[in-house]
Ligand binder design. Structure first.
Ligand SMILES: Nc1nc2c(ncn2[C@@H]2O[C@H](COP(=O)(O)OP(=O)(O)O)[C@@H](O)[C@H]2O)c(=O)[nH]1
Ligand SMILES: [Mg+2]
Length: 306
């Protein structure tokens, strides 16, 4: 790895909620690391993804979407995104080309103008454009801002343009020693990633109003020594009793579906049989509660290079 010419550096993926940041990182890593959903505010922390190849090591920071925060949780999320902006060697702004431009985009440009260079604009979801020439005026408009070293159209879903984007990014990184053990895909503890995957199923299966109010806490984790079985006990936190009703569902059907989907996903992810016990607990105002937020943040805490 340390052979001369190898590159190393960090790349922040920022943008409005739903732009496809997590999908893109997963694609570039060829691994599902960050959870994805069509609900805004799916990603709540800075998720670190490590790509180690013969060209060097590229460390991605997947971030929560940047938006105007209302709750303490949201303020914390936006702060995670801003911190990543200032820490990274290269900043990639993702824009969903299939979404109508709005005030959020203008705000994003203001934010990005303060980030260090080089900045790359990634025009994502080009698979959704029936007519690719529709990209030209967009490229033109963003080029005129003078903020970006490169503008790269991609589809994080199909991978179209992703190889070119990687070429561009490698080109922007300096030579250097790898920052992390090249064997590592990430630095987050397994229990955090497992909690995220359970939360993904809650987002996937429940209605629109819930995502903002849901958190998952892993309360217990036990690997059986003599067989490939892991027992996981997790709590789904919600904000209000009405939300608990939604998550539990009629005669417990919803929580059963969430449990089944999560178990199947976790068994594949962990490569072990999983016995998953899910509870739903109402913790009113948890999004404003420093103690709860701190305990959730502790779970993400960077384990650091091994
Ligand atoms: N059609 C299409 N959908 C995408 C693409 N990238 C992401 N998505 C979808 O957009 C939604 C938001 O993606 P996500 O990665 O969670 O966005 P994030 O909030 O920026 O991390 C999900 O439903 C993704 O499947 C893309 O290139 N094409
Ligand atoms: Mg995300």
């Amino acid at each position: 790895m340390a052979s001369s010419g190898a590159k190393a550096g960090t790349v922040a993926l920022v943008g409005r909620p739903n732009a496809g940041k997590s999908t893109l990182m997963n694609h570039l890593l060829a691994e599902k690391l960050a959870i994805v959903s069509d609900k805004p505010q799916t990603t709540r922390h800075r998720i670190v993804g490590i790509l180690s190849t013969e060209r060097g090591q590229m460390v991605f920071y997947d971030t929560p979407g940047v938006h105007k925060p209302l709750h303490r949780l949201n303020r914390q999320m936006v702060r995670h995104a801003m911190d990543a902006l200032t820490d990274a060697d290269v900043v990639c702004l993702l824009v969903d080309v299939s979404a109508k431009p709005g005030a959020g985009d203008a705000y994003m440009l203001e934010v990005i103008a303060k980030a260090r260079e080089p900045r790359i604009l990634v025009l994502n979801k080009i698979d959704r454009l029936r007519d690719k020439t529709a990209l030209l005026p967009l490229i033109d408009r963003y080029a005129k801002t003078g903020l970006f070293a490169e503008i790269v159209p991609v589809s994080a879903r199909t991978g179209d343009g992703a190889a070119h984007l990687l070429d561009v990014l490698w080109g922007k990184l300096a030579e250097g020693e790898p920052l992390f053990d090249p064997e590592l895909l990430t630095i987050h503890p397994e229990r955090f990633l497992v909690g995220e995957r359970i939360r993904e199923k809650v987002l996937e299966l429940t209605s629109d109003e819930l995502p903002f109010s849901t958190a998952v806490k892993i309360e217990g984790w036990e690997d059986e020594a003599d067989r490939p079985l892991t027992r996981i006990h997790a709590t789904i936190l919600v904000d209000r009793p009405g939300q608990k009703k939604i998550v539990v569902g009629h005669q417990g059907q919803m929580i059963k579906n969430i449990g089944t989907a999560a178990r199947i996903d976790l068994e594949e992810y962990l490569g072990r049989k999983v016995f998953l016990e899910l509870f739903v607990r109402v913790e009113e105002g948890w999004r404003e509660d420093r103690a709860v937020l701190a305990s959730l943040d502790r779970d993400v805490d960077l384990a650091g290079p091994e």
